[in-house]
Design a protein around this ligand. Sequence first.
Ligand SMILES: Nc1nc2c(ncn2[C@@H]2O[C@H](COP(=O)(O)OP(=O)(O)OP(=O)(O)O)[C@@H](O)[C@H]2O)c(=O)[nH]1
Ligand SMILES: [Mg+2]
Ligand SMILES: [Zn+2]
Length: 355
Amino acid sequence: MNSLEALGWDADFARAFDSLQAPGLRPARVLVGHAGLCRVAWEEGELLADFAGRLRLREAGAELPVVGDWVAIAPRPAEGRATVHHVLERRSRFSRKVAGDHVEEQVVAANVDTVFLVSGLDGDHNPRRLERFLTLVRESGAEPVVLLNKADLCDAVAQRRAEAEAVALGLPLFVIEAKHGRGLEPLEPWLQPGRTIALLGSSGVGKSTLANRLLGVERQKTRDVRESDDRGRHTTSARELLRLPGGALLIDTPGMRELQLWDADEGLGQTFADVEEHAGACRFRDCAHEQEPGCAVRAAVDSGALPAARLASWARLRKELRSLADRQDAYSRRQAERRWIPIHKSLRKAPKKRG
Ligand SMILES: Nc1nc2c(ncn2[C@@H]2O[C@H](COP(=O)(O)OP(=O)(O)OP(=O)(O)O)[C@@H](O)[C@H]2O)c(=O)[nH]1
Ligand SMILES: [Mg+2]
Ligand SMILES: [Zn+2]
């Protein structure tokens, strides 16, 4: 038996569920999602769920149930099965562009309260990558907490920490050693019962190692020391909602190699609040802070008030988002045209009116 509250249920989700007015359906939370199937937890245990017809349509795309989603199911407990009929509105969602050339949104996790953004203090540490991850997290609606892991492998912790703080702009930031369980006490406030935390960061930074520490058992497979040179491989492959002994819910994720942003203008603004602050004083409202006269951001860089690297990162990510938006427009146009074709055909086939 589960209580819905222990799974993260609250008044907002209850309201969303009630507004469906779907007699016979029950609320459940997605523990792990696969193509066309997911495992859910509901008040009476766990079920394997398929999707109702409406959700199987190709257009469903970003609306398909993913780990963390609250869904309305028609349970068939005797069979251990269920069918998902609705995905409740998401409080937060992690989206990225699907890998490759397709210009489509891929939602990878939903209803996450806090993200532990993990970065390795070994060779992996990179403030520019941290900016990219922060932009994604800010856009998602979840609260970011920055964790600098593997302190034992770094002999310049103070310096690395200062570099990360210059990018995190006041966000909670902690130095930890997941492998040895050191420095984890300050994470307590975020690990309250019913709260959902996702671990995010590049492959090999120690997300699953941290998950195991928090779980208190070696449940998640971690990269073997012997394989530690094998940078191309991801040890974790599925995103799964895990229940921690203290009652919090944790999603371990596979390190994302190709982290392409999706619609993250707001996330960018928040991540680069220092750039935005100066931008308010630019002469032109849509100033790109390049060659425009009266640019307060360039002036801030010249005077040393804003690090040049921050402006460069902002410009790089903004360019990426602009180009994505352009391709997205072209893509939706093509999709819209494609939808029209069958209609044209059927019009052609329609018998001519006699007149
Ligand atoms: N020295 C040291 N090694 C660590 C620490 N935390 C994790 N590691 C090691 O880092 C390696 C990678 O850890 P994982 O937990 O598998 O990394 P991950 O982020 O889950 O990787 P993916 O699942 O591929 O995304 C393992 O060999 C861990 O033992 C730490 O605090 N110190
Ligand atoms: Mg892992
Ligand atoms: Zn400007």
